[in-house]
Design a protein. Structure first.
Length: 473
């Protein structure tokens, strides 16, 4: 971008009221929570979305400056300020160009135009805090991302949407996907060997663990499963459901103060969310996989570990910041409005596992050493599927991988140190627990202190246990 970009001009009056087809919040579809406050300032949600959109339009030099040094309390160098303002103008222009098109954006045209005036009049002294937060954090994520752009070109993303196979082959089920390089667990020694070997050889990946009582189950969130009908839900479907949940919370008198904590509360009470429960403790994951249930005791269970970091060379891993962008009024991923943007930050690509381990929100989370994986609609192109196929025994199609798991990764051998792969995918390690070993493993885990009382130590855990299939029979 040019360093002598001019100040954005004031929009025309009729430009402020044009509806944008397919854009929530246009005059034909009022925006939830409003775009401006009573004093005319931008709402938190709109400011954050604008910050993310501006970051995607920064030139590489300016992006590097942000990721390295920008702080909210520090004045921006003139050339950086000029480029930021030019990028903000590009955001306005891009939305104007969408009029009459099918493009989607969660930000209204009115909000962009209001921001343009606000930005022009006040310069850097009046950057909304949430705008700056999201701009800086999205710039940081772009700088850290190891997603490979060549695998997510506009052509490849368009082909992914248009050429969906009619059905998943029966031989390429979720069970088959997680059985790639699987370890068979038949007793306590084989379980302990699996845990010991994975932790010894792959601790650099900063593993998270999940247990499932049925080895055939795919790994999808409760929200994904609720929205899945004739076709897998898109990221836009997930976001729209989250907006609806948050709007309903307001009508219930429960305005969310922090988006992620709100979703965690919904998850705790059994409402559908995109959060997937995980733990840092492998034996805790095993307990969930073998938890007593008469309807599931005669089927194999599964323990899965995902790496949170990617191997980018023989001796190097991707960055480990453990930091997520701010999520106050809206979840941070709502600021990323299309597949190109999401692929650039690694949202849904498998080049990063998006995890959230907050300070324990409850006794239950403390007991379980629990956290969440933030599910994204899987962003798997045919080229990424080829990379996964090269490392496994089957030829996997993109839709078969997406059907198997929303937490994309490459199934990997547990006993061999990982190597860099062609799509920079996190590794997945899987163990299949024989149904015949479940009782033995339950007894072993109980001897280590893993019981219903210790895993669910709150009153809700007691109620859950009493309502379950074991307690009163």
């Amino acid at each position: 971008m040019s360093d002598n970009s001019s100040t954005p001009s004031e929009p025309d009056d009729d430009e402020q009221t044009r509806p944008v087809e397919g854009v929530p919040g246009s005059p034909e579809a009022p925006a939830p929570n409003g775009s401006t406050s009573q004093n005319g300032a931008l709402s938190t949600a709109i400011a954050a979305q604008l910050g993310a959109q501006t970051a995607f339009r920064l030139d590489p030099k300016t992006l590097a400056a942000f990721s390295a040094s920008v702080q909210r309390s520090t004045a921006l160098p003139p050339e950086v300020l000029t480029n930021v303002r030019a990028s903000a103008q590009a955001v306005v222009n891009a939305l104007n160009a969408q009029t009459g098109a099918n493009a989607r954006s969660p930000v209204t045209l009115e909000a962009f135009n209001a921001f343009q005036r606000y930005f022009s009049a006040n310069l850097e002294n009046a950057f909304p805090e949430d705008y700056f937060d999201q701009l800086r954090e999205t710039a940081r994520l772009l700088a850290e991302s190891v997603s490979i752009p060549a695998l997510y070109s506009s052509r490849q993303l368009a082909s992914r949407r248009q050429n969906i196979e009619p059905a998943v082959r029966s031989s390429h089920s979720a069970e088959a996907f997680f059985d790639e390089h699987v370890v068979e667990i038949n007793d306590v020694p084989t379980l302990l060997k699996f845990f010991s070997t994975v932790q010894q050889k792959h601790r650099e990946h900063m593993l998270v663990w999940r247990g499932q009582q049925n080895a055939k189950w795919p790994t999808h969130s409760s929200l994904y499963r609720k929205l899945e009908t004739t076709a897998p839900p898109s990221e836009e479907d997930l976001i729209e459901a989250e907006r609806t949940s948050m709007d309903l919370a307001v009508s219930w008198g429960r305005r969310p103060n922090h988006a992620l904590e709100f979703l965690a509360d919904l998850q705790h009470f059994g409402a559908p969310t995109r959060l997937l429960d995980v733990t840092l403790e492998p034996e805790m994951a095993a307990w969930f996989a073998v938890e007593a249930d008469p309807e599931l005791d005669d089927v194999d269970g599964r323990v899965v570990a995902w790496g949170r970091l990617v191997r980018i060379s023989k001796t190097s891993m991707s960055a480990a910041t453990g930091k997520l962008p701010p999520s106050d009024d809206l979840p941070f991923w709502h600021g990323w409005t299309n597949e190109n943007e999401r692929s650039r930050v690694g949202w849904g690509t498998g080049s990063r596992t998006w995890d959230w381990f907050p300070p324990a929100l409850s006794d239950r989370m403390r007991a379980q050493r629990a956290g969440f994986l933030l599910e994204a609609a899987p962003l798997v192109t045919a080229e990424v599927a080829d990379v996964i196929s090269e490392g496994t025994a089957k030829d996997w199609r993109a839709e078969e991988i997406a059907h198997s798991t929303s937490i994309v990764g490459i199934p990997s051998r547990y006993d061999v140190r990982t190597k860099k792969n062609g799509a920079n995918l996190v590794p997945i390690f899987s163990a299949r627990i024989s149904c015949h070993a479940k009782e033995e493993l339950r007894d072993y885990l109980a001897s280590k202190g893993f019981t219903s009382q210790s895993v669910y130590p709150d009153f809700g855990g007691l109620v859950q246990y009493l309502r379950g299939p074991i307690a009163l029979h």
